[in-house]
Design a binder for this molecule. Structure first.
Ligand SMILES: O=C([O-])CC(=O)C(=O)O
Ligand SMILES: [Mg+2]
Length: 288
């Protein structure tokens, strides 16, 4: 299986003894940059998928086909292992099965299935949770759908901020009991909450956005946290860069006078130009 070694790398992060920060990736360029900079893992968030593919906010308008296709493009462009935010699995537990199959063939190293009710329910200003029973069914469906047993399946809950830390622990223990590979939490606000989760569970922990109190990597390492997200600043920075350049051009700046453009070397490295040239020489009879 071509993607097995990527999945094994993610597994070794989870079973290792250090907490890592993933690079935020969302397309072929961003994954190559993250790979070149030495990130051990890429995180493909649902929010950045929606933004990169649709230009939309994170309100579950993206389809599974679009998400999987974007993952496939990244898998082709780089060999960095990627953890995919598969949201609620794009439907009920039967849809979760399909989601896992699609993301597995698209080359994901791992994916998260969360227990939030998506898309947003009518008349509810706040995101709701599905029942624990439905959440367990989704985790079982995800685990059963794997064709490659090295694909990492994470059970994700946002209950810490949506209901209570006790509810988050109850859900995490139930997901742990059906065999997920790791537990992904969002909304944990304090060291006391994290430590309660750590005491009540045994699997490696992944944290979504964390408050300052929880940002020290040594502390996270000591609490069995193996992956800690740091948001999605790269796509935000890219948005600003495109805005600035388009604005300057629109206002009459000459292309040569633009600021903030990458060097030719950087662009060529990202395009893997040297390899393409070598292949062209070999296969098309062109000079190197
Ligand atoms: O998984 C993440 O990176 C956080 C998240 O839910 C998103 O960005 O959609
Ligand atoms: Mg998300």
């Amino acid at each position: 299986m071509a993607f097995r070694s990527r999945r094994e790398k993610l597994r070794s992060i989870l079973s290792g003894s250090a907490c890592v920060h993933p690079g935020s990736v969302y397309d072929a360029i961003s994954i190559r940059i993250a790979e070149d900079l030495g990130f051990p893992l890429g995180m493909f968030g649902g929010s950045v998928a929606s933004l990169a593919v649709l230009g939309d906010p994170d309100v579950t308008l993206i389809t599974l086909t679009e998400l999987a296709e974007q993952m496939r493009r990244m898998s082709r462009a780089a060999s960095l292992p990627v953890l995919v935010d598969a949201d609620h699995g794009y439907g009920n537990a039967l849809n979760v099965r399909r989601t896992v199959q699609e993301l597995e063939t698209a080359g994901a190293a791992g994916l998260t299935i969360e227990d939030t009710l998506l898309p947003a329910a009518f008349g509810e200003a706040k995101t709701q949770l599905i029942s624990l029973e439905e959440g367990v069914g989704k985790m079982k469906a995800a685990l059963d759908a794997r064709g490659d047993s090295s694909l990492v399946i994470m059970g994700r809950t946002g209950a810490a901020s949506m209901s209570s830390i006790e509810d988050a622990i109850r859900r995490a223990r139930a997901y742990e009991a059906v065999g997920v590979d790791a537990l992904f939490f969002t909304g944990i606000r304090s060291r006391a909450e994290l430590e309660a989760v750590v005491a009540a569970t045994r699997l490696p922990i992944v944290l979504g956005g964390v408050p300052d109190e929880l940002s020290a990597i040594d502390y996270l390492t000591s609490q069995r946290v193996r992956i800690a997200l740091q948001g999605h600043a790269p796509i935000a920075a890219a948005t600003q860069a495109v805005y600035d350049v388009q604005k300057a051009l629109r206002e009459g700046t000459l292309p040569k006078a633009l600021k903030g453009l990458p060097s030719v070397e950087l662009t060529n490295r990202i395009m893997r130009e040297a390899q393409v040239k070598a292949r062209s020489a070999d296969l098309l009879g062109l000079k190197k």
